[in-house]
Design a protein around this ligand. Structure first.
Ligand code: PMP
Length: 395
């Protein structure tokens, strides 16, 4: 069976997380809002424990954790939720980047139709945003700066700590979409200048359908968010609805494990990456994103002369890979991230994303290379030569 190398789209659920989820799907099925019996109080305890476990990863307090359905909802709540305050106080300017996930870009677009002005900063060719260009974009009336921690298509780490430092004396709220970095790149999210952090459970070995918006207090004040939905008052009134206790307990466990194990996990991912880079050498890959700035578990590359759909199909028996974000793979258009990096058309059309995790095994790289060579044009004889020279043995 093909080895799954699409962990940036979604990752396998850790068996220890699965066990936690099953407990609250099974015997402990209570409603965390039920006040009159043990079923309710045990469910509530599970939720409060998870709050502490998530908060510990980012150096927040449990009162700053708001459970949502995932990073998409967290991003929407952060951005749209600040709009009322912005409109009331005359701060109607928003700063973000061209390489954000659609769940940031689309709420921003919605706000620009509601009287807000949005400045989107372009990345450098290497896929990272220069902190100075963020500072240059910020104005007196800037309500919010939103920058992702790790880009989901290229794996490039964004300079969030530097941006936080440059914004030290500016009143703008700082939001970080940490869907790809939470539980993996720990230190940057602990910066107290970051007001809002979006987290996704299924990228960190918890189930899909659970996430968090961290609403950090600054000088004792929580960011002035307005809820997007109204109902039972749960989650500080910011996110009403009966809490999905099994999913929350799962995310809590996943957070605890991430904090305990991230160093070993990152080391395993780095080893995977070293082998991958060595094994793919014969195909002369071109990297879409500054390799020195990427996380250990995501790589975006183009194999010269080969389109991405063609390559994905060719290697499908060996490895399950993608051509960027799963969220956009149904759309025909080229990646907005790579085009913001000003890559040429061929490079974008051939872009492949390989993403793995500490649980991934190495695929049969020899088979991978053979599959690509079978669809290669004859004018790339150097690839064949490399394989024949035996540089692409199995891991
Ligand atoms: N932001 C980024 C950077 C992501 O990679 C993703 C998932 N593709 C999301 C937001 C959305 O996360 P979720 O699936 O939890 O809604």
């Amino acid at each position: 069976m093909a080895v799954y190398l699409d962990c940036a789209a979604t990752a396998p659920v850790d068996p220890r997380v699965q066990r936690e989820v099953m407990t609250y799907l099974g015997a402990e099925f209570g409603n965390a809002g039920s006040r009159h019996h043990g079923f309710g109080s045990r469910a509530r305890s599970a939720v409060e424990k998870a709050r502490v476990q998530v908060a510990a990863v980012v150096g927040a307090t449990r009162g700053e954790i708001v459970f949502t359905s995932g990073a998409t909802e967290s991003n929407n709540l952060a951005l749209l939720g600040l709009a009322e305050h912005g409109a009331r106080t005359g701060r109607t300017h928003l700063v973000s980047t061209r390489i954000e996930h659609k769940s940031v870009l689309e709420p921003l677009q919605a706000l620009s139709g509601r009287g807000f002005e949005v400045t989107l900063v372009s990345p450098e060719r290497g896929g990272w945003v220069d902190p100075r260009s963020i500072l240059e974009a910020v104005r007196q009336d800037t309500l919010l700066v939103s920058v992702m921690q790790v880009n989901n298509e290229t794996g490039v780490i964004q300079p969030v700590p530097e941006i936080a430092r440059l914004l030290q004396n500016h009143p703008a709220y700082l939001h970080v979409d940490a869907a790809q970095g939470f539980g993996k790149e720990i230190a940057p999210l602990r910066d107290r200048r970051i007001d809002l952090i979006s987290i996704s459970g299924h990228k960190v070995y918890a189930p899909k359908g659970i996430g968090v918006l961290v609403t950090r207090r600054r000088s004792g004040q929580r960011p002035p968010l307005t809820p997007l939905m109204h109902g039972g008052g749960q989650e500080l009134g910011l996110r009403p609805g009966t809490l999905p206790v099994p999913l929350i307990a799962g995310l809590g466990k996943a957070s605890e494990l991430a904090l305990a194990e991230y160093r070993e996990r990152n080391a395993a991912c780095r080893r995977f990456k070293e082998i991958l880079l060595r094994k793919l050498q014969p195909l002369n890959p071109v990297f879409n994103g500054d390799l020195d700035r990427t996380v250990p578990q995501i790589i975006n590359l183009t194999l010269p002369g080969i389109g991405s759909e063609e390559a994905i199909e060719a290697v499908s028996q060996v490895a399950a890979i993608s051509n960027g974000s799963a969220c956009t793979s149904t759309s025909e258009s080229c990646s907005h991230v790579l085009s913001a990096q000003r890559l040429d058309e061929d490079r974008m059309e051939g872009a492949l994303r390989l993403s793995w995790c500490h649980l991934s095994r190495q695929p049969d790289w020899n088979g991978f290379i053979r599959a690509i060579e079978a669809i290669s044009e004859p004018e790339h004889p150097d690839r064949l030569t490399a394989l024949e020279l035996g540089q692409a043995g199995p891991a």
